[in-house]
Design a protein around this ligand. Structure first.
Ligand SMILES: [Fe+2]
Ligand SMILES: [Fe+2]
Length: 148
């Protein structure tokens, strides 16, 4: 295996960027509506881009012949992403109605668990099992969307 071609490393960086935006949102959520709204817009934009990248550039490439543990991860990931996108949409509605966002802490816990699942299970497994040329192809797509 070529360790220099590494999807995990790239995506961990993007997870850190999203974590920082989430921290910023938490701070601004304790302040005023307008600061919270601006922080939410940034957070939502980066998280939606991240999920798009995962679903359209990364996970679509994983297509094993046999039903392995890895293969079963994909429906679980999609389920988690749907939960996350749904929460973002609800917060977007709150903001349109000039309300502060609610249930911040439980969402933070959910997102942290999702991130750990990807970093500990999903990405190591992809890096391990995908052929090098496929990984290079994926990394080129990631770089089109995710800022360095
Ligand atoms: Fe994800
Ligand atoms: Fe992720």
């Amino acid at each position: 295996m070529n360790k220099s071609i590494n999807i995990l490393r790239l995506m961990v960086k993007d997870h850190q960027k999203i974590e920082n935006l989430l921290k910023n949102l938490e701070e601004k959520n304790n302040k005023d509506f307008d600061s919270m709204r601006i922080a939410f817009n940034k957070f939502e934009w980066e998280l939606e881009k991240h999920i798009f990248t995962e679903e359209k550039a990364i996970f679509t490439s994983y297509n094993p012949d046999d039903i392995t543990e890895g293969y079963k991860m994909l429906p679980e990931l999609t389920k988690q992403h749907n939960f996350i996108v749904n929460k973002l949409n609800n917060w977007r509605k709150d903001i349109r109605n000039k309300r502060m966002i609610s249930d911040f802490y439980s969402f933070k816990v959910y997102l942290t668990r999702h991130k750990s699942f990807e970093e500990e299970k999903v990405y190591p497994m992809l890096d391990e099992s995908l052929p090098e040329d496929e990984k290079l192809h994926i990394i080129a797509k990631i770089n089109e969307i995710v800022q360095k």
